[in-house]
Structure formats: C-alpha cells, structure tokens
Design a protein around this ligand. Structure first.
Ligand SMILES: [Zn+2]
Length: 153
C-alpha cells in the first residue's frame, strides 16, 4: 500500500461568488413595510399574455393574505413602482386550483382566473384558447426567471 502525499501545488480552493440584488428606492434598501405599501396591481394584461410595465424582479416575501404559492413581482408602471401577485396559469381542468384562485381573487388579488373566464367566453375556439393559454404560460415563465430582489427586514 502506498500513501500518496497531496502536493499543495495540486490543491485549489474554488471560490464561488453569488450576486444578491437588493431592491432600493432613493438609495435606500426597501424594507418589508415599504414593500407592503407598494400598490398591488397585476403586471399582466390581455388574459395573462401581456406585460403592462417593466418587471424589476421577484421578492420572496409574502405578507398576509398571500402564501408562497405564487410570484411577487415588483414592476415599474411609468414612474411608479407596483407589486403584483402572479399565479402560474393552470388549465381549466384543475377545478380545485381554480377554486383556490378565486378565493384569493375575492381577497383583492388578481390571479390568472381571467384565462379560465376566457375559456368560458370562447368555448367555440379551443385552438385559439389553447394558444393564448400557452402565451400566458410563457409570460409566467419569463417572470419566474427574473432575478430575486432582496429587501431589508
Ligand atoms: Zn401575493
């Protein structure tokens, strides 16, 4: 049996650096309280297929009545900031999910229930409904891929 010494010249320590982006307004990091004060407005229009403004990123903070089952997107509407609750579009077959989504809508949130209604409104054109649904899924994936923005406690 041979014991092989590790030559220090072969040893390397790899340092990985990660970039954490912070959400700042006026040079100050946004706090939870300031985040809560941002007006809630759906960034998505056109049944979830269009962006109404410029998304800045997502914030992983869910004050009540929100639960961490959707995205919180901070976005810019003209010269103002908004926050939006963005739910993954689900097919109209997922009735239980829709029931929950409608519950949230009753609390003043705007989930993708529009898509369900769109299906209801245009049952004669299933192909177009499917196309719009896929567009809405694409928009959701784009928002999901945004950088996470950190806020201050
Ligand atoms: Zn929310």
């Amino acid at each position: 049996m041979t014991v092989r010494a590790i030559n220090v010249r072969d040893a390397h320590i790899k340092t990985a650096s990660v970039e954490a982006k912070t959400l700042t307004v006026g040079g100050k990091q946004v706090t939870m309280g300031v985040f809560r004060q941002l007006k809630v407005e759906n960034i998505l229009g056109g049944f979830g297929t269009e962006l109404r403004g410029t998304p800045w990123g997502t914030v992983n903070y869910f004050p009540k009545p929100c639960e961490p089952d959707h995205l919180h997107v901070v976005w810019q509407k003209g010269g103002e900031l908004r926050r939006s609750c963005v739910y993954e579009p689900v097919s109209y077959r997922h009735e239980d999910k829709w029931a929950r989504a409608r519950l949230r809508e009753d609390r003043g949130h705007l989930p993708q229930a529009y898509i369900r209604e769109w299906f209801d409104n245009y049952p004669e054109d299933v192909a177009l409904a499917r196309e719009r649904f896929e567009e809405a899924v694409d928009r959701y994936r784009e928002l999901e891929a945004l950088d996470q923005l950190f806020i201050a406690v």
